[in-house]
Design a protein. Structure first.
Length: 120
């Protein structure tokens, strides 16, 4: 009887560890880079991380508006969008005083650019 109790305890603790480390045992949901659109994927990332300073009403972004396709396209073309979020090129790192975007978010924007920055 005591062995069964110990066995159950052991099973519970092992399962506990197993689930604690589930993110190490299984890879994270992969970053899906197909069907990236401006209207959903790119805008979604910019809205959550950049609009607070870079949308029409906000004056906190040095006059740089990223809430329209043409606005974003301008900074894609001059290379500053990717440099700012990759923290490269010696320009101010964005989001200003915030955490860097996730690798998947950066890859998503890069994939959209690689597709030719469609207004889709
Ligand atoms: C807290 C406010 C704030 C947030 C959030 C923010 N920015 Fe900025 N951003 C600024 C300010 C202020 C400047 C002007 C900085 C300067 O020129 O010194 C700037 C400048 C830029 C520039 C021009 C860089 C240059 O060459 O001067 C780009 C591109 C840019 N931001 C992109 C982004 C992107 C993309 C995000 C979101 C991932 C973002 N920013 C989030 C405040 C912000």
């Amino acid at each position: 009887m005591r062995y069964i109790f110990v066995l159950i305890l052991l099973m519970i603790s092992l399962t506990g560890c197993y689930y604690d480390h589930a993110n190490l045992v299984y890879p994270q949901p992969s970053c899906v880079l197909t069907n990236i659109t401006y209207s959903t994927s790119v805008t979604g990332i910019l809205k959550a991380n950049c609009y607070s300073c870079h949308s029409g009403a906000a004056a906190a972004g040095g006059g740089i508006a990223l809430d329209s396709y043409n606005g974003v396209k301008t900074y894609v073309t001059n290379g500053q969008l990717m440099n700012s979020i990759n923290h490269t090129g010696g320009i101010p790192a964005m989001p200003l005083s915030g955490a860097q975007l996730s690798a998947c978010e950066i890859s998503s924007i890069q994939a959209w650019i690689n597709n030719g920055t469609p207004n889709n």
